[in-house]
Design a protein around this ligand. Sequence first.
Ligand code: 9MR
Length: 403
Amino acid sequence: MPVPPKLIPPRTTVDLGAAVWYACADDAYTGTVGLACQYRPAGPSLTKPYRDTWTRYFDRLTPENELKALWTEPKQGQFDFSVADKIVGLARAAHKHVRGHALVYAAANPGWIDKPLLIPWSRNTLLAAMQKHIRTEISHFQSVASGVIDEWDVVNEPFTGSGTRDQNVYQRVIGNDWIEQAFRTAHDQDPAAVLFLNEFNADTPGPRHDAVLALARDFVRRGVPLDGIGLEMHAGADGSYPAAKEIVRVMADFAELKLRVEVTELDALTPVSETAAGAKQRETYDAVADACRQSPNCTGVTVWGVADAYSWRTLPQHATLFDQSALDNGLFTAKRVAGAPSSTYSEVRCRLSHPWPTTADPGTDACAPTPATPPAIAVTTGPASGNSIESNPTPAGSDPPTG
Ligand code: 9MR
């Protein structure tokens, strides 16, 4: 039976999330070494400030690694949700949601998927293994943390930069319909969950964006259960990427299909000539937040890391919004460009707290600078689905401590 995309909820604010490493938030972490806090800065323990900064300043979290099959099904049929449960528990204790990342991600496959030991995969055996993984992971969280994970990256990064399918094991063995099969399985297991395809570099026009759009068009036309597109947005250091108006256009492409978009892995390198909180970096963050606020189908922005030293892009890139090297009231310091009226975090938060079009105060804009007039985009609105937890975001316009 064809399944249309879930109705996009009307926006009063847009959630701001962060990628979290569970072990960086817990001094007593004893789980698998591969999920230990890889980027822990030297010196006194920062687990509490790390946890508190996330809790105070972000609405939700994405487990950076803990939900990937590499860790949740390290041996075929032997599931290990011990660390995954802890990170989902961290969000639940804070009354916040989790983006489930990621059910099928070839770059984070356990060895048994990429290189089966005894019997080579057939289409049927690999499809069954993929379906079992998806069903087991979703159903585990349905039973232990109902409603906490309200959306899933079902498939992560299935395309190459030239817009062709990545020749991963699923593509080679199952064939072209592996993505569709993954989405149908996830929907069967949890019809209320919001299902995303998440992709790198699909946020600006180009072959990878075109490939994602073509697949989305085909899925929506045939009623394959797809609800949204995750645009990762790992931005470079030249300060020119990505431009707000290009992102708005990309988001509008998906709005036409009644699909939501989220910025799922935002970070921005600082050019080498700049200081840790460079102005060009701020422009990138502002541009992305502006694009989201102008796009009624943009339902979330997630920064890929709580603070600079914890970013996969590693110091001295200073890619995130917070600096862990100085504490302010026990929290990491929100970075602020010299002369800017507020921290970059506050500028992003302000934009996401005042999405356009808005009925409140249409003549005034609490965030400066004012973005260009938003384009008219037709989006179906309806009730939010699957949200059983109240989030506790930073109040609109409030400024965190700055350095
Ligand atoms: O930040 C993640 C890093 O710690 C892991 O080693 C890596 C491999 O699984 O994945 C990184 O996160 C990636 C995300 O899951 C998908 N999009 C690209 C991200 C950065 O590589």
